[in-house]
Write a protein that binds this ligand. Structure first.
Ligand code: THU
Length: 160
């Protein structure tokens, strides 16, 4: 038996003002999109802003359903919109932010496992890493350079 340690780099910005203008602008677009969240069941709004190689930004928000499992995460909504409108355009970066109706979210929130897998598909499809930027309502910002950083030992088309 041998042990292999897998490390990843998490960039932590204590103050959003430390972000580049591009990253700060993308997070702002995500924050603006929060109003489009349809989340009457959880009261937890999530928005994703996807930056494409051509400079376009596509946003998506969580869309819940009375039949709970039918709901779609913000990342899924945004990526489906990208795929529908710009099917052949490389995705550079996704900014994700949240807002709760019941409490202040004082830390960045990372995408769920299903959404990590969704994002991985686009990284592999375009053979280009997708940076992720995450922010709560307060409490700084996290970024990672690839979804693979937060989905180690993943399953992908290369396993089929
Ligand atoms: N949600 C997202 O939109 N993205 C995630 O990565 C995690 C969870 C949504 C789903 C549901 O509408 C609400 O957050 C509470 O789970």
């Amino acid at each position: 038996m041998r042990e292999k340690e897998i490390k990843f780099t998490l960039n932590i910005f204590e103050d959003p003002a430390e972000l580049t203008a591009e990253d700060g602008g993308l997070l702002k677009k995500a924050a603006e999109a929060l109003q489009n969240s349809y989340s009457p069941y959880s009261g937890f709004k999530v928005a994703a802003a996807v930056l494409l190689e051509n400079g376009e930004i596509v946003t998506g928000t969580n869309q819940e359903n009375a039949s709970f499992p039918v709901g779609i995460c913000a990342e899924g909504t945004a990526l489906s919109a990208v795929s529908a409108m710009y099917p052949n355009t490389v995705i550079k970066c996704i900014a994700i932010t949240v807002k709760s109706e019941s409490r202040l979210v004082d830390h960045p929130v990372a995408p769920c496992g299903v959404c990590r897998q969704r994002i991985l598909e686009y990284e592999n499809r375009f053979k280009s890493p997708i940076r992720l930027i995450m922010m709560g309502e307060s409490g700084g910002v996290y970024s990672v350079n690839s979804v693979k950083d937060i989905l180690p030992l993943h399953f992908s088309k290369y396993d089929l």
